[in-house]
Design a protein around this ligand. Structure first.
Ligand code: IFM
Length: 490
């Protein structure tokens, strides 16, 4: 432990820098509902959630938290929290239903109203362009494994930038392309539910390309002071043991989970070890000349989403030795497991024979994800060292617990408060250790549609009764408001 780690968390020492951005985050399909209103057409998540057995309880985002109709109430909640920023995503099929051609003004009007309401409340809007809701027509044309989708995305970025760029200063191109590529196209537990490892690798590359094309498109239409970013769910990967074999397992997962995006976007190259590790699957000839230069178009900051660490061990040819003393294999975390409880293909193409995921120790959230704030500190300080000039934002962090409103109407969620406190302390330690973290966005403002888990997992600091759409502020929301008010942890 370093000297910085050992310092006690007193009130003074846990104050965050002046100007620190305190936010909450949401995503369109998870909260908006109004799935067929004002010209919106189905996205891959509308289709996926309707397919039998794909989403727990057959839940869909048709109504979700009905944010489309309750936007004013939700902005009032944000104002009550005292957040400086609010991160939300624009639904592509709401503003450009077929994924090509002209925009639908009624769809854009919703976001214009939202942005205006936020600005009136003194809250800075932070827009994510892609949080997984690809227009179904583009999936029908091949989806993200198809190169043309990257070009379509740039066109959509232009539409959104032209409509909102006069009032939105912070833009994020993609949210968690790892999940969209590998859970969507390799393990199939996310939309569109395909299980083709090569398609997933192609999708990952086309996300990098789409990001770079969108950065260029946005720079063309946004005012010069605008800030452009992207958000990655980087994996804090640890070896089970400090052996060369386990360290090699870490290297493989780091390549496929982290450097597959970091290297193209920040260095204009693909990791050589990734190309070698996946050589039996693809020769990467879908990467064309100039793609990596496009992907590495300079950006202004990097968003990090962090929930829990990943522990790996090398697969040994002698299973009795490899498994002794270990718990059951963990297929990874962050949605890597199938919520329906059945076996699914690995979301880690090319590593299946070599790497085993191991449950990390410690308490767990309702997602069964381990609570380990040190992983966030590890990621942030790694980025401090590897990308010293890039400001960082924690664009998502939070936890699901089995919350309920008690007879008095209160929602007590002490475990979430403990989780948030530990992770904010980790952010604070990282800042004290010289990491340029500019903001923290709590996931999530509202209980919402948790993808393949449907409404069974509650991440909100505001409870939503999905039968009545009644919002109830949880204890964690009051706690977060107090943290924001004092500018740090007590
Ligand atoms: O709900 C998701 C979000 O959409 C993306 N990041 C992880 C969250 C919790 O699973």
């Amino acid at each position: 432990m370093t000297a910085v780690d050992a310092r006690p968390q007193t009130t003074t020492e846990s104050r965050f820098p002046r100007g620190f951005r305190w936010g909450t985050a949401t995503a369109a399909y998870q909260i908006e509902g109004a799935a067929a209103e004002d010209g919106r057409t189905p996205s891959i998540w509308d289709t996926f959630s309707r397919a039998p057995g794909r989403v727990r309880n057959g839940d869909t985002g048709d109504i979700a938290a009905d944010h489309y109709h309750r936007m004013d109430e939700d902005v009032a909640l944000l104002k009550g929290l005292g957040v400086t920023d609010y991160r939300f995503s624009v639904s592509w099929p709401r503003v450009q239903p077929t994924g090509r051609g002209p925009a639908v003004q009624r769809g854009l009007d919703f976001y214009r109203r939202l942005v205006d309401a936020l600005l009136t409340a003194g809250i800075r809007p932070v827009v994510t362009l892609y949080h997984w809701d690809l227009p179904q027509e583009l999936e029908d044309a091949g989806g993200w494994p198809q190169r043309d989708t990257a070009g379509r995305f740039a066109e959509y970025a232009t539409i959104a930038g032209e409509a909102l760029g006069d009032r939105v200063t912070t833009w994020t191109t993609l949210n968690e392309p790892w999940c969209a590529a590998f859970l969507g196209y390799a393990s199939g537990v996310h939309a569109p539910g395909r299980t083709d490892p090569v398609a997933a690798l192609r999708a990952a590359h086309h996300f990098n390309l789409a990001h770079g094309l969108a950065v260029r498109a946005l720079r063309d239409v946004l005012p010069r002071k605008s800030e452009i970013s992207l958000t990655l769910n980087l994996h804090a990967v640890r070896p089970l043991r400090e052996t060369p074999a386990d360290l090699d397992a870490v290297r493989r997962i780091d390549a496929l989970g982290n450097r597959i995006f970091l290297d193209p976007i920040f260095h204009g190259r693909l990791p050589e070890d990734l190309i070698e590790d996946t050589a039996s699957l693809t020769d990467w000839s879908f990467v064309h000349d100039g793609d990596l230069a496009t992907a590495s178009e300079p950006i202004d900051s990097l968003g990090i989403n962090y929930y829990s660490p990943t522990v790996v061990t090398a697969v040994s040819p002698a299973p009795a030795t490899a498994t002794s003393g270990l718990s059951d294999p963990d297929p990874g975390h962050d949605h890597d497991h199938d919520p329906t409880g059945t076996d699914v293909p690995s979301p880690w193409p090319g590593t299946e024979e070599r790497v085993r995921f191991v449950p990390a120790p410690g308490p767990r959230t309702a997602m069964d994800w381990p609570v380990d704030a040190d992983g966030l500190y590890e990621l942030l300080t790694r980025l401090r060292d590897e990308l010293p000039r890039t400001p960082l934002m924690v664009t998502e962090n939070g936890a699901a617990y089995d919350d309920y409103a008690d007879p008095s109407g209160a929602v007590h969620d002490p475990e979430r408060v403990a989780y948030l406190r530990a992770h904010l302390a980790a952010v604070h330690r990282a800042i004290a250790a010289g990491t340029r973290v500019r903001g923290y966005f709590l996931w999530s403002l509202l209980d919402n549609f948790e993808w393949a888990y449907g409404y069974s997992k509650r991440f909100g600091i505001v409870h939503v009764d999905f039968a009545t759409q009644r919002r109830t502020v949880k204890d964690s929301a009051r706690w977060y408001a107090a943290v924001i008010g004092r500018g740090g942890l007590a």
